[in-house]
Design a protein around this ligand. Structure first.
Ligand code: A2P
Length: 285
């Protein structure tokens, strides 16, 4: 897939949220050297950049063939502190540059949801990301967990359109995320799907209807969910610490869901109910 910077982004990425440094190192090394992944996603807030960077360096894959993303945490919003935190991330990763740097969350920790400070500080952070991009230290910049309103605000303040918006995306959140998916498509912003398996929740993975679809396709429920994201045009970031799952999740690149199954998954939330496994940014002013 192509970003609005012209750079290519591999559709499948290895997610590392909640992983220790050791798990992030081992799983990323496996994903890169054994399972064919060329994209890994971490964040300052995950506290595992060291493990991810070590795997990237030890993989012996040329650096320009691996797409590395990290993120500015909600505790470090602001201009100077964002520049400083980015340098700390680079040093933890042990890399010269990242392919993508994201504002992790539209808000700032410890402020009430309706505080006007969120907006002021994330605008300052974006200025810092523009500088990091202009300096060539992040090949592309973007955001995460932004609603349509947050995106509209950013685009009214800056000439630089985010390359990416990374959001929670799976069938049980489809109703809530449809607008943001549509808006991003219109504005050439790539949507990245995090927690495509709803963070492994049985509320999604154990649904009989999903299991039936998987069995009709001769695939696992996880492969079906990852494929559903891909057919909605998103980049997808499943995460696993288990080698077999890292391998089998990648097989989602190699099959097609029928229109009937896509429709069934699109409407799954109507029968199974909505479910969000992570932060809800809708209240952040
Ligand atoms: P584990 O690390 O033990 O493999 P998401 O990508 O939606 O955030 O989901 C991540 C969670 O889903 C992790 O707990 C991970 O557990 C689990 N998981 C990853 N791949 C699979 C799979 N193929 N089948 C079942 N669970 C999976």
């Amino acid at each position: 897939m192509q970003l609005n910077t012209g750079a290519r982004i591999p559709i499948l990425g290895h997610g590392t949220w909640k992983m220790s440094v050791t798990d992030a190192y081992q799983s990323t090394l496996h994903a890169l050297t054994k399972a064919g992944y060329r994209h890994v996603d971490t964040a300052f807030a995950y506290q595992n950049e060291q493990g991810v960077g070590r795997a990237v360096r030890e993989s012996e894959i040329p650096r320009d063939q691996i797409f590395v993303t990290t993120k500015l945490p909600p505790s470090k919003q602001g201009y100077e502190i964002a520049l400083q935190t980015f340098n700390e991330s680079l040093s933890e990763l042990g890399l010269e540059y990242v392919d993508l740097y994201l504002i992790h969350w539209p808000g700032v920790v410890k402020l009430p949801e309706n505080s006007p400070e969120h907006s002021k500080l994330r605008a300052q952070s974006w200025k810092a990301l523009e500088k990091i991009h202009a300096d060539g230290k992040a090949k592309a910049i973007g955001v995460s967990n932004y609603t349509v309103n947050h995106l509209k605000e950013l685009m009214s303040q800056s000439q630089v359109v985010p390359a990416v918006n990374q959001i929670e995306f799976h069938p049980l959140l489809f109703a809530q995320q449809r607008d943001v998916l549509e808006f991003c498509k219109q504005h050439n912003i790539v949507v990245e799907a995090y927690s495509p398996l709803a963070s492994g929740s049985s509320k999604l993975l154990e649904l009989e209807e999903l299991k039936e679809i998987a069995s009709e396709c001769n695939k696992t429920p996880a492969q079906v969910l990852i494929r559903w994201c891909i057919q909605h045009g998103t980049v997808v970031l499943p995460k696993s610490t288990h080698s077999e799952r890292i391998d089998s999740n990648a097989d989602a690149m190699r099959f097609q869901l029928s229109e009937k199954h896509m429709h069934q998954l699109d409407t799954l939330h109507e029968r199974a109910g909505s479910f969000r496994s992570c932060w809800n940014p809708e209240g952040i002013l």
